[in-house]
Design a protein around this ligand. Structure first.
Ligand SMILES: C[S@@+](CC[C@H](N)C(=O)[O-])C[C@H]1O[C@@H](n2cnc3c(N)ncnc32)[C@H](O)[C@@H]1O
Length: 276
């Protein structure tokens, strides 16, 4: 990233900047803020812990009927020799799984033009459902305790109440990273911090469930043009750096069904080769 005096932004911008232009000229940066106390759904403002817990529970039941869960069960219910290896997992740490309250209590429906008029996205509930269901499965298989830990700055008190009711610990600040070690399963979907890059520099967890590391991530990323002729950046916050690509070579990749991409995106399950 390059910082340049703001005056230089006063020049007339090139209406169709090419990649060279984008890479070499100063780019304005928007700094946005969001309030944890002002969730966009009216329903979320008035929600109780019991309502969030109930909304989330029904999503957990729904999650257990998905193809994704069947696939995860097959991966983690492997042959007996897998058992000893799986017993290494003593915690699942989830990063950026979204605001559970807004996901649990909004009205179902189409996303309105004006965000916030009651649209309920099931993503956060389903992702948290995966975390607790997998912890239950591992505990049942290995007989060992598996901590459920999540890091998400967007949680409201109602999210924390519902999570704690199911034994999920919420860490403050970025303390979740301090827990990641060789006995951890990391879970992250489209996080707004570079979870994959940080983890690649920290440890070699037993496994990760996170945005699929595309083979083409190894090539230099390319800007794309959208249907309106605008340029779309290939860079995301949790971009798969070369170190992330190298790291996943040490893991067996299992893909999850495309049909559940609406709540999970395109994630892969990565199990360390020496334990898979
Ligand atoms: C694009 S949203 C994805 C949410 C959800 N995983 C999904 O797929 O719908 C990114 C999330 O990252 C969260 N986030 C931002 N900073 C974070 C941090 N330091 N640690 C964990 N999560 C963070 C945001 O609050 C937000 O919920």
């Amino acid at each position: 990233m390059r910082f340049t005096h703001i005056n230089s932004l006063a020049f007339e911008p090139d209406p169709r900047p090419n990649e060279h232009h984008l890479r070499t000229t100063p780019t304005p940066i928007n700094i946005c803020t969001a309030s944890r106390r002002n969730p966009y759904l009216q329903e979320a403002r008035n929600a109780t812990v019991a309502q969030v817990a109930a909304g989330w529970s029904s999503r957990i039941e729904e999650f257990l009927r998905t193809e994704t869960w069947r696939r995860i069960e097959a991966i983690f219910n492997g042959p007996p020799q897998v058992l000893q290896r799986l017993s290494r997992i003593d915690k699942i740490v989830g990063f950026g799984l979204g605001n559970l309250t807004t996901s649990a209590v909004g009205r179902e429906g189409e996303r309105p033009e004006e965000e916030g008029e009651g649209f309920r996205e099931r993503r956060s509930c389903m992702q948290h459902a995966l975390l607790v269901s997998l912890a239950d499965l591992l505990e049942a298989r290995t007989g060992s305790r598996v901590r459920r830990v999540v890091q998400e700055p967007a949680y409201l008190d109602t999210c924390k109440g519902a999570l704690s009711g199911r034994g999920v610990e919420v860490v403050e600040r970025d303390d979740g990273f301090l827990l990641v070690d060789e006995r951890t399963l990391v879970f992250a979907v489209s996080c707004n911090v570079p979870v994959r890059q940080i983890v690649a520099d920290l440890a070699r967890p037993v496994g990760m469930i996170w945005d699929r590391v595309e083979p083409e991530d190894k090539s230099p990323p390319e800007w794309e043009e959208n249907e309106d002729g605008g340029l779309v950046s290939p860079y995301t916050t949790d971009y798969a750096s070369s170190r992330v690509c190298e790291m996943v070579q040490e893991y067996t990749e299992h893909l999850l069904p495309e049909e559940d991409a609406d709540f999970l995106g395109h994630v892969g399950v990565y199990v360390r080769k020496e334990v898979s």
